[in-house]
Design a binder for this molecule. Sequence first.
Ligand SMILES: [Zn+2]
Length: 107
Amino acid sequence: MNTKQIQDKLKKLAEEEVALHKELKAAKGRQLIACSLCRKRSKVSNLTYIQTHFYVYPHGCVGGDYWSPNEGQYECPFCKHINRLYDRPKVVSLKGSFKEVVNTHER
Ligand SMILES: [Zn+2]
């Protein structure tokens, strides 16, 4: 292969990679996750991912206060139960395929 052919092939591969990531996101969004309370299943792409944060107080003489990401949650559309995801890493891994991600900050 000459330089031009290699560059063309790389470009094609990059485009293919972008398309595959898109497809993966959509496929993850089609997955169904069950509510831990009513057991009804919802499509990931229909749900809002709630990213909670906890407040870290100032410490020492240089450490300022800040917010640190805490567990993820989502509300069941059927029973309105807030599902906590600290022990559901598989659901957390689908975060990018939820309808949207909202950040909450609570002290
Ligand atoms: Zn439910």
